[in-house]
Design a protein around this ligand. Structure first.
Ligand SMILES: [Fe+2]
Length: 411
């Protein structure tokens, strides 16, 4: 990431901290709470944003070597993603061409052949139908026409994208814009190694889950004993890239970093750098780690969403995280929110996941469940997005625009 850009973002955050004022969008919005409970809106979102929109499914590190695979079933289509024997990222429907069951049931791993558990038809990581069990009995099959059904798949800037429709169009630059792709490429997301994952399945609309990642106004209130120990709160820098954005907020290290010459400032040490990729991705880069959150609606229930959290590490941090003994891992969880001036702690897998338990699941998403209940009661009328919540303005403006809906009314 360009050093001048880092300096300008950090200076803006310092300006806000010094002046005691958060970012100011200059306008408040009136938000009908029905947007979180309306089944017709939910059906449009599912159709346009999940069934017919490219999906980011992970990072390059999820498929670390030739013949690695990953399966998922988050957006109504069973997917098997592979790095084929030549190293190319590919994606297929995880559907056997014999009787349409799932070919692979493990979440991730490495195999040269996928053998369907039902009748043992086998496929290569390039999707070719390689062998049919007892073919003499089964009868003639043209194997060349019965490979796994391939989906458009693109690997760019260390991110893996799939289109859920075999004839869907997928172009990373058209999807993300060149400046955003270049910036993410410069960070080197492709170097990160998968460490651990976690699923949070709770009773809140997928947009409420997205909203919890869209403002820092609450850090010193809701998170005063958790994330608020590490982050200052009430400071926000956002840059829009079409429907996507980058959102940064300062942690306490920024107050020491400001003493250093500007050319030594490192944004990933003094903030989290969050990338929201429309519609459902929240990705946090904090130097040694990336936390990726993929948020999915339940197509049958607007009041439920599933957040798939994956944690990635730099190779060095992964090495050190996986060499910790049990006592050190327990200590790391206890120290999750302990701020030590000037200390750069190497991250642990358990500590990284702990943030998603104690801050996100037990605090943010609990608020989301309360908001959901209010929305479903039909009595709450409207909520407000403040002048200090510009990231929420952008997310809601973006999906409404995509659906052809007008933006909310201002106050
Ligand atoms: Fe929060």
């Amino acid at each position: 990431m360009d050093q001048q850009l880092q300096i300008s973002i950090l200076k803006e955050l310092l300006r806000q901290i010094d002046s005691g004022a958060n970012a100011d969008a200059g306008v408040q919005y009136r938000v009908p709470t029905s947007i979180y409970a309306d089944p017709d809106l939910a059906a449009q979102e599912w159709d346009q944003f999940y069934q017919n929109h490219p999906q980011m499914i992970g990072l390059s590190g999820d498929l670390p070597e030739p013949n690695s695979f990953l399966t998922l079933n988050d957006f109504g289509v069973p997917i098997i993603a592979t790095r084929d024997s030549s190293g190319k990222f590919r994606a297929f429907l995880n559907i056997c061409r014999h009787r349409a069951t799932r070919v692979e049931t493990e979440p991730r791993g490495k195999r040269k052949l996928f053998v369907c558990p039902f009748h043992a038809w086998s496929y290569s990581t390039s999707g070719d139908l390689v062998a049919i069990a007892d073919q003499d009995d089964f009868g003639e099959v043209d194997k060349s026409c019965r490979g796994l059904i391939e989906l458009p798949a693109v690997e760019a800037a260390g991110l893996l994208f799939v289109h859920p429709k075999p004839d869907g169009s997928l172009d990373a630059e058209a999807l993300l814009s060149k400046p955003l792709l270049d910036e993410m490429t410069s960070i080197g997301f492709d170097q990160f190694v998968f460490g651990a994952d976690k699923t949070i399945d709770m009773k809140l609309n997928w947009k409420l889950a997205n909203d919890t990642f869209g403002e820092t106004y609450h850090f010193q209130k809701l998170h005063k004993n958790t994330l608020g120990q590490l982050f200052i709160g009430n400071n926000t820098h956002m840059e829009e890239f079409g429907r996507h954005h980058r959102f940064t907020t300062a942690n306490r290290s920024l107050l020491q970093m400001r003493q250093l010459p500007e050319e030594e400032w490192q944004i990933q040490r003094a903030t989290f750098v969050a990338y929201h990729l429309f519609p459902n991705i929240q990705m946090f880069w904090t130097g040694d780690t990336i936390s990726l959150v993929r948020i999915y609606p339940d197509p049958d229930n607007p009041g439920r969403s599933i957040s798939q959290v994956s944690i990635y590490f730099t190779p060095e941090a992964y090495e050190s995280a996986t060499s910790l003994d049990e006592a050190a891992r327990e200590q790391a969880v206890k120290d999750t929110y302990k701020f030590e001036e000037g200390a750069v702690r190497s991250p642990s897998i358990e500590g990284a996941l702990e943030v998603f338990t104690s801050t996100i699941e037990h605090e943010d998403y609990v608020m989301g469940e309360y908001q959901q209940q209010a929305a479903e009661s039909n009595l709450a009328g409207e909520a407000l997005f403040g002048r200090n919540e510009p990231v929420l303005h952008h997310f809601h403006r973006s999906y409404r625009e995509a659906l052809g809906l007008p933006h909310f009314e201002t106050v």
